[in-house]
Each structure stands twice: as C-alpha cells, then as structure tokens.
Design a protein around this ligand. Sequence first.
Ligand code: SF4
Length: 439
Amino acid sequence: MSLSAKAKLSFMKDLGFPAMLSLQKAMKGKRGPRKANPDFGPPLKCAARLKEIMMRHYYLARFAPGAKPVAWVTSGAPVELLRALDFYTIYPENHGALCGAQKMGPELCQVAEDEGYSADLCSYARVDLGHMLSGKTPAGRLPKPDLLFCSNNICQTVVYWYKVMAHRYGVPLVMFDTPFNYGEIKDDDIDYMKGQIKDMIPVLEKAAGRSFDMERFMAVAELSKSTSELWGLCLETMKAKPAPMTIFDAFVHLAPVVSLRGLPVAREYYEILYAELLERVRAGIGAITNERKRLMWDNIAIWYKVRDFSELFAARGMNFVAATYTNAWAETIQHLDMSRPFESLAKTYSLVILNNNLEHRLNLMAKMVEDYAVDGLVVHSARSCKPYSLGQYDLKRILSERLGIPAVVIEADITDYRYFSEEQALTRLEAFFEALEAA
Ligand code: SF4
C-alpha cells in the first residue's frame, strides 16, 4: 500500500466527497421536489442518508486501490474475515442490482453474450462480466480487485463466474464451500467449514499485506451481528397495520446490510431507519395511504420494475409487508456466537435460505404469512436465479392450499428486461387481484 494513495483516499473522504455531495444537492434544489403520489404515505426521511452512504461507498471505491486491499465479494460470503483485514469490499451483486435499477441490464448482458457467455447465465454474472469487458457502470468506476472471495451458499454460478474474473484480473480466488443442508446441519459439515476458515486466513493475510487480528475480527463480527439484528427489527415493524414501509422500500434499504455489513456506518444507518419506522408505527403512518391487503414477495426484486410495481400495487391498496429475500440477511444471524466464533460463523452462513431444503423454505414462508398477517403471495420466478426459482410452482400451490391465500407466479428476470413480458405479468396479476378481492 502506498502513502500517496492513502493520503488521496483520506482527502476524498474528508473533502472530495462532501464537496461533490454539496454540488449535487445544489443541483437537485434547482430541479425542485418530485410530485407526491397520493397512494403513498410520506417518504422515509432517512432515504436521503441511505443514498449518501451508498454514493460515498462507490465514489471512494475508485480511490481505494493502493490505499487499501480491494476484494470483490458475493453477498453470502463471511465478509467479517475480510473486514478484520481492512479490505475495501465491492459486491458485484449489489452493483448488478444498481445496473438493473438503472435499466442497464440488457446492454451489459449483451456485451457478455457477444463474448460467448450464455444468455442462460444469471444476469448478475452477465452484467458483471459485461462491466469487466466494457468498463461501463452507473457507479463511475469500480476498483480492480486484489482478491475475489465467494461462497457457494447462494449458488454454484458464483464459483464459475468468480473463476472467470480471477483468471481475467490475475488475482487469487478464495471460496468458502458450504455443504447443502438437506435436513439438520451436520457436525461434520460445521467442522469442514471451520477448517476452511482457518486455512483461508493465511491466504487473506497475504492478499491484505497484514496479519489477522482475532480481537479485531470479534469486534467486526459483533458489529455485523447487531447490524443484521437491527435490519431484522426494521423488517418486523412491518407487522404493524398499516406497515410503515413497503418491501419495495426494503429492497433499497437492504443495501448497507448486504454491502457494508461489519462496518459502523451500516449499523448507524439501521439505528436511524429503525427509529424512524417505530415513530411511524406510533403515529399510524403507513407506507401506502390505504392498506387494504397485505402481500408477501418471494425471490429477488425485479430491479427495473420496482417503481412501476410499487405504484401498481399501492394504487389498489395492496402493500407488500414481507419477503423471503429481504429476510435472508436477518434470518440466520442468531447463530453467530462470539464464544465459538469460527464455528458459529460457518453455521450462520451455511443455513441461509438458498443453502437450505425446500421444506425449510416452505415452513419459513408459512410462518411469515402468519406473523405478518399476509393475504396473498406474489412469487417472482427469476429466470436468472435457478436455485431461488426451483420448486416455486410447488411452493405456491402448497402454500396457497395450506393457508387458503391467493398466489401468483410472475415470470421475469432480475436485471435483464428482455426476458420480461409486461402483458403476461399484468394478465396474471389482474386475475390475482380479482382472487384477492374475492377472498
Ligand atoms: S444465480 Fe441467483 S444466487 Fe447466484 S448470483 Fe445469480 S441471482 Fe445470486
């Protein structure tokens, strides 16, 4: 690491970014506020803070090389190990969601496809490969990684995707292998994962150029745990009627727990969000003005449709109050136990929804329907994400029959809107709306 790069990063943090932010705020002030939609309650005040945090993260990222070791990480990897070694982390999946929301998915996917990558690959992977090949990104510029860190607890795609990147960038790849949980987690599997954590530390130390400090790791893990717990509490406020936020809000407010988990800024943010949500519950302020029906979402967001869908449902008095996707970053954190740090870290990351059997998912969803007083279920069958979409038609049928609630499957993709038919989705949703009204 060089002193000049560190000084530059520090300068940008203290002066460069605040100056850029002030300029942006001045420009926005000239444009005036966006017209309020009467179907929605007042917007969350802390949304501005969220935007600032994520902008800062991506802005400073371009000055990280040379000042800090840079790692690209999958959303389900035990990032606490990297934080203890001071890595600056980039989450290609979060970047993929950003590209999706900015409607850049097809363009970047096409770049990857032109290079020979299959259109059947997950579009987060294609967007990321498209960015790697073209340099295009709505985030300005992403820093080149010094290390790639993935876990197959979410899918096998990440293994091959990260191998390609490791080859292209000429950097080491560390993979955390999590055996699939067909039933209860096995002791042998926990030992196997704990062994991997111990084995990977020297490799991470080499890439970071510093020694692993157990005390620092424990502090980071504590921070990570309390951040995920706070995120869980934020989601739980949606049990209130009316719910103080929608799942469409939560898709966006999820970014810090995914990308900045283990950093003080993430926890600080959820303290603010949680306080605001509690205040809204106390004051009876709903995310939508006329919450008549409460819904649950299954699978990742359709990033290019978040705004359109939020308006479509809000106009009918329908609010999404729960989602398996947003719940995933709070669901297993109770296993993290500082008296058994590596063992419990392994358990926390191994038991995530995508590394668990369908019965677990079914029971989890049934409990969420009950806890959040859900009236209907919308299942996004995401063309990109095979592990999340597998078995969804059965899940929908079983839940619908068992709990007596209407359910619908929408076929789409997370970022690549070339695979989304508005007409087909609306036809299915109209039938769903009728069934909900009749229920
Ligand atoms: S296949 Fe699914 S879990 Fe894997 S990276 Fe893509 S969206 Fe994420």
